[in-house]
Design a binder for this molecule. Structure first.
Ligand SMILES: *Cc1c(COP(=O)(O)O)cnc(C)c1O
Length: 376
């Protein structure tokens, strides 16, 4: 009987650096809660890596978005423009504030929020845009920034899937490379187990705005005054990260460039092996941008012989884990609404993410590609 192939997971974090050592030092020193050296160290080093003055560690990526919105003063009666194709947390964070998320179709090359559609949805209630750097490809910031400026909108970058991605932005005659999360008013990151670096659960907010940072630090800690203990001037949250999570984060951050490099090699190998299969289309990448490869994502469409669902099923039978794309937000029960979202509908129906962990071996990519090619 044919032996079943070893399971190939969609993601698998590499925790074999200083993670155990740093976590052990939290345990032996008993600094396991949300005070301790690793918190400040992780915040400082993450800010330095992204290229912002400040970073605030929080309990996950969803609350990073929520805290940013509250910090920016967004609430009831306001509208926030977000892409129709993203993880539901982007919309939920807006809903938590009492504001309304307004869905915008995505662009068929970047798969991020469409600058053309964006401008049409601005009303007198619009306060902010959340751009999502989907699957590690930066949103079209060069086109979005002027729209935000024209209508005086804040930009929040949901960079949960794009740690380390860079965009080149022209400033007068100079071209500057900037990391995502340092371009808008605030950047939000997630360190969930399958993200580019992980703390188990965890998140971070990056910004250059010193008054905003103070407000968010206060809100993160039950709204407690930064100088007066037990004096709570507003209703805040407990959105703190633990020292243990930050210890993991410090160790992960030491190796982020190595992880990103490995992911580039994986993507190159996939692209080479899947080349010229009719109807298999990789996520387009663009010159002038340094994408990161959180997931290696493809579209499966005619003339390929299988639908994306059937291909995922067949790969599953071979012990290969895949993920469909997100449902468009306008289809989900809490957000169901009519509207024209041809691109997000199309991408969601045809998209498949392939195994993308840093442990993925060349032979495994060859096996996956050969199976995909078999049904061409
Ligand atoms: C993962 C993710 C989040 C939420 O992060 P959590 O840490 O799971 O709360 C938000 N937005 C996007 C686009 C994500 O992929």
């Amino acid at each position: 009987m044919k032996q079943k192939r070893a399971f190939i997971p969609i993601a698998h974090p590499d925790l074999h650096g200083n993670e155990a050592k740093y976590v052990e030092s939290c345990l032996s020193s008993s600094w396991i809660s949300s005070k301790g050296n690793f918190i400040t160290k992780f915040e400082e080093q993450f800010a330095k890596y992204i290229g912002t003055k400040y970073a605030i560690a929080v309990s996950n990526g969803t609350v990073a978005l929520h805290l940013s919105l509250v910090g920016l003063g967004i609430g009831k009666g306001d509208e926030v423009l977000i892409p129709d194709l993203t993880f539901v947390a982007t919309a939920n964070a807006v809903t938590f504030t009492g504001a309304t998320p307004v869905f915008i179709d995505v662009d068929d090359s970047s798969w991020g929020i469409s600058p053309q559609m964006l401008e049409k949805k601005v009303t007198k209630h619009t306060k902010a845009i959340i751009v999502v750097h989907l699957y590690g490809r930066p949103a079209d910031m060069e086109s979005i920034i002027p729209i935000a400026q024209k209508f005086n909108l804040k930009i929040i970058e949901d960079a949960a899937e794009a740690h380390g991605a860079e965009v080149s932005l022209k400033n007068k005659n100079k071209t500057n490379w900037k990391k995502v999360g340092s371009i808008g008013d605030v950047g939000c990151f997630s360190f969930y187990g399958n993200k580019i670096i992980t703390t188990g659960e965890g998140g971070m907010i990056t910004t250059n705005n010193s008054s905003l940072v103070e407000k968010m630090r206060m809100l993160r800690n039950h709204g407690q005054d930064l100088k007066r203990q037990y004096y709570h001037s507003v209703v805040g949250f407990n959105y703190r990260m633990t020292n243990i999570q930050a210890a993991l984060g410090c160790a992960q951050l030491e190796r982020i460039d190595q992880f990103l490099q490995k992911r580039v090699l994986i993507a190159q190998k996939y692209t080479m092996k899947l080349k010229d299969i009719p109807g298999i289309i990789p996520h387009p990448r663009k010159a002038g941008e340094r994408s990161v490869y959180w997931m290696y994502s493809i579209l499966v469409r005619k003339p390929y012989s299988l639908t994306s669902d059937k291909l995922m099923k067949n790969l599953g039978k071979e012990n290969i884990e895949t993920r469909p794309f997100f449902y468009p937000l306008h289809i989900l029960p809490p957000y169901r609404m009519k509207g024209e979202f041809p691109v997000s509908n199309y991408l969601s129906r045809h998209g498949v993410s392939l195994p993308s962990s840093v442990f993925l071996r060349n032979e495994e990519i060859e096996v996956i590609a050969a199976i995909i090619r078999k049904y061409a």
